[in-house]
Design a protein around this ligand. Structure first.
Ligand SMILES: [Zn+2]
Length: 258
């Protein structure tokens, strides 16, 4: 990842083309969210092997997705939520400027070693990436997921300056470290404060950029295919030619059909 440091990735990112949008949508349909995220970033960076993108920490991955979301759909985002108190359906307006903490807090240090102390034990670990989370996703129990995550991301540990192995950590230490590890990638979490217009209830939700961006891409892909269908049906034009047209021209032809 040296030649493709996370910050360089964001700078060189261009919006997805209509072809990319449709390709991502048809490829990612039945993929796990971890793979969907990589499919989206791969479309923006086809020159980087997918295996390399999978090594981005989850925080850096999400930063990439947020950047891409902004470049394709603008900085004003619209989402929906249900009030947990009165079940009212709310429209949530968000601005990517609210997520600046996430975008600006990023260092350029993907995969750097971090430190966590439990009593006199000093543990060095790295932040989890997509490959780690995919491995952990297969665990059936939380306990085995914690163990695997720590095993994968553990770098070294010392107790009173004396090096110890991962096997010398207690179950309790492993649990603490696993929780800390997932929480310490602060860039990976965006919290939104919501208030219900109907009952004034306030609560907090986690904004999931993968789900959000996937929905935006799916909606746009379906809209594009609908346009292709209408124009191809009426004018007998080819899909490729319709998609190569500028959105303005496509819209003009569509308006003439209504
Ligand atoms: Zn409510």
């Amino acid at each position: 990842m040296n030649q493709h440091s996370p910050n360089q990735l964001f700078k060189s990112m261009s919006p997805l083309s209509v072809h990319d949008i449709i390709h991502v949508w048809e490829t990612g349909q039945n993929q796990h969210p971890l793979d969907k995220a990589l499919t989206i970033i791969s479309a923006a960076h086809p020159e980087i092997p997918r295996g390399e993108l999978a090594k981005l920490t989850i925080g850096h991955r999400d930063k990439c997705l947020l950047e891409l979301c902004e470049r394709n759909f603008g900085s004003k985002l619209k989402g929906f939520a249900e009030c947990p108190h009165c079940s009212e359906h709310l429209e949530v307006d968000m601005s990517t400027t609210e997520f600046r903490n996430l975008k600006d807090s990023s260092s350029d240090k993907n995969g750097d070693t971090l430190e966590y102390n439990i009593g006199d034990i000093k543990i060095n670990y790295r932040l989890p990436n997509s490959i780690d989370l995919a491995a952990v996703a297969e665990c059936k129990e939380v306990k085995s997921a914690y163990n695997l995550l720590v095993e994968r991301c553990f770098v070294k540990a010392a107790s009173n300056e004396k090096e110890i192995t991962i096997n010398q950590l207690s179950d309790d230490d492993i649990d603490k470290l696993a929780v800390y590890m997932t929480e310490s990638d602060q860039q990976a979490e965006i919290l939104l404060n919501l208030q219900c217009m109907a009952c004034n209830h306030t609560w907090q939700i986690t904004f999931d950029i993968v789900t959000f961006l996937w929905k935006e891409i799916s909606d746009q892909a379906r809209r594009l295919l609908q346009e292709v269908h209408t124009l191809a049906f009426s004018y007998k034009w080819r899909e490729k030619d319709i998609l190569t047209m500028s959105p303005v021209r496509r819209k003009y032809y569509l308006e003439m059909l209504t």
